[in-house]
Design a protein around this ligand. Structure first.
Ligand SMILES: [Zn+2]
Length: 582
């Protein structure tokens, strides 16, 4: 087998050259010297060989490019791997020493002749040339590691080697497997890695392996890093906003490439730091296997729950102690609490959900929308809290439309912007119209009629005035005893849609009144301004916990006057007529 070949001559020659090295590097290799002294120097290099070696030998210089990792010295050819004919540091009785490198072969006997050999890492060629019949072409490369340490790689039995002094990159071709070395049985690559950088060509076999290291093991533990190709933040929305809202889920997406040529297990990690630098999230991937030159993705859903500029760190790890690569990004998180929005309460029958279509263009999903509050079409102003998560049917709806927020209604401030229009019963357009079939006029006794017309306008009926409502009620049995309004009939003016008659009641407490208004009730209240008088309650300001917070319009006024409940005309205990919007 090939294990047998070429050792005797190469080791002898190596020992001879070592004597030169002791001088050249002024570093004593006592072990190797004693080898030489024992075995003598049966085959000496020629003068030319020695001169050539000395001319090309330099001490390790400082212009060695930094190593970015190590690859094997050979690559698979036609899908076929190289194989190790003789391992590192195995005792070889024929040469009475330990093998200081690895012998690499490809294919069957002689097929590896001329196959390329590559620099295992970035470095500078310290020595290259023909080192005699046993060694053949030799290349020695100095490597500087990022941790400040240095190693040399040595390749022997080559042909067509590159010149000494060449700066090489990992993977650069440095020569080819040369013809069968003297004393060997076939072409092969003898490959060494030395931790003792003062070693020259070396003896090939030694009494111990001190100063050398297992080449394959060294390479395996110094592989080039995987490359983090990209690190993205992907929001759950189809767009990529600059900002994400608190509690809005988003995805971090990391893409890696295995730039080496062996399959790797790696770990991905996303770390998020708060504006104060504190880690708020730290997520690891499960180990991922990636083949050479393949890309791998890792995605993780995240949410952050308070405002600020956050610092994201993406990293690749060989294991949880060995960092390979890092990348950074900043994101802004905007909390939504507290915020105040107006919007229309809307029911979606298909999904049986209530939303508030906000005036700001967002669709809000109230989590605790109370049953009393569920009044379709009601315009409300409310205070929202931050997004709390998806619940119930809201979950699905929220996914359909991006940028929607879940909110919790804390407080409904007041009914706003119902299309209230003020009508005066004394407007010239109808002041003298006969009220129903009585011998009186709208101007004199049309307060209930005029209040009802205002209420219909607020309910969205656009074509109603005291004049048209009076005519309609007269023709549709809307008056009792000629001119007393039948309140239920008012709600029928717009047909089946819109206004609904709820019934009668009285002003008991401000809290009750506020609740009714908050629920979207439309109210007509009894007033003591005249013997029988009715007004419309418009809304409230402030907390709505005292009568003076509430105000009304009196249809007897010629222009809208903001009148307060509790003014002596409209007060606690007053009768009310209650309507709501369907
Ligand atoms: Zn060898």
């Amino acid at each position: 087998m090939r294990q047998e070949r070429g050792k005797r001559w190469s080791v002898r020659l190596g020992l001879v050259i070592l004597t030169v090295l002791v001088v050249a590097f002024s570093g004593c290799l006592l072990q190797e010297r004693s080898n030489m002294e024992e075995e003598g120097c049966p085959i000496c290099p020629t003068n030319d060989e020695m001169l050539d070696f000395l001319a090309n030998s330099t001490s390790v210089s400082d212009d060695i490019p930094l190593s970015d990792g190590f690859d094997p010295p050979v690559k698979p050819i036609d899908g076929k791997q190289w194989w190790l004919a003789q391992d590192f540091c195995v005792y070889n009785s024929k040469f009475r020493g330990y093998h200081l490198g690895e012998d690499w072969n490809w294919g069957k006997s002689g097929e590896d002749l001329g196959k390329p050999v590559y620099a295992v890492s970035n470095g500078k060629v310290r020595w290259a040339g023909n080192a005699g019949a046993s060694w053949g072409g030799v290349v020695i490369i100095d490597h500087a590691l990022p941790d400040g340490s240095r190693v040399t790689s040595m390749y022997a039995h080559l042909q067509n080697v590159i010149p000494a002094g060449t700066i090489v990159k990992r993977g650069d071709k440095i020569g080819e497997v040369g013809p069968t070395p003297k004393g060997s049985t076939g072409p092969h690559l003898h490959f060494e890695i030395r931790t003792d950088t003062s070693i020259g060509i070396g003896p090939g076999y030694g009494k111990s392996c001190k100063g050398w290291t297992d080449p394959s093991t060294f390479i395996a533990s110094h592989r080039p890093p995987l490359r983090l190709v990209s690190a993205k933040i992907v929001w759950h929305c189809p767009y990529d906003p600059i900002m994400v809202y608190a509690f809005q889920p988003f995805v971090i997406l990391l893409t890696f490439k295995n730039t080496g040529d062996i399959e790797w297990d790696f770990l991905a990690r996303a770390t998020i730091r708060s504006p104060a630098g504190k880690i708020v999230l730290d997520v690891w991937s499960s180990p991922l296997k990636v083949k050479p030159n393949e890309l791998a993705d890792w995605a993780e859903w995240l949410t952050i729950n308070s405002s600020g500029k956050y610092y994201l760190e993406f990293s690749l790890w060989k294991d949880k102690q060995t960092l390979l690569e890092k990348s950074h990004k900043q994101i802004s998180i905007q909390a939504l609490e507290p915020f105040i929005v107006t919007g229309v309460v809307t029911y979606h029958p298909l999904i049986d959900c209530w939303t508030i279509e906000g005036d700001d263009g967002h669709s809000y999903h109230p989590i605790n929308l109370s049953s009393e509050f569920k009044v379709n079409g009601l315009k409300v102003r409310f205070k929202g809290t931050k997004i709390l998560g998806y619940e119930g049917c809201i979950f699905y709806y929220a996914w359909w439309e991006c940028g929607e927020f879940l909110i919790r209604i804390l407080e409904i401030h007041k009914i706003l912007d119902l299309q209230w229009v003020f009508y005066s019963q004394r407007d010239a357009k109808w002041i003298n119209d006969q009220l129903g079939t009585c011998r009186t006029t709208i101007g004199k006794a049309g307060c209930a009629l005029t209040s009802a017309a205002m209420l219909l306008r607020a309910a969205g009926v656009t074509d109603v005035t005291p004049k048209t409502l009076n005519r309609w009620l007269t023709n549709h049995q809307g008056y009792l005893r000629g001119c007393e309004i039948i309140w239920e009939r008012v709600a029928d003016y717009d047909g089946a849609k819109g206004l609904e008659w709820v019934g009668t009641g009285s002003l008991t407490t401000p809290q009750d009144l506020k609740k009714m208004l908050d629920e979207g009730m439309l109210l007509i209240a009894f007033s003591r301004r005249f013997a029988q008088h009715w007004v419309v309650i418009r809304g409230y300001e402030g907390a709505g916990n005292q009568w003076s917070d509430f105000w009304y319009w009196d249809p007897y006024d010629l222009t809208p006057v903001r009148r307060k409940i509790g003014d002596g005309w409209v007060k606690g205990g007053a009768a009310i007529r209650i309507y709501c919007l369907k």
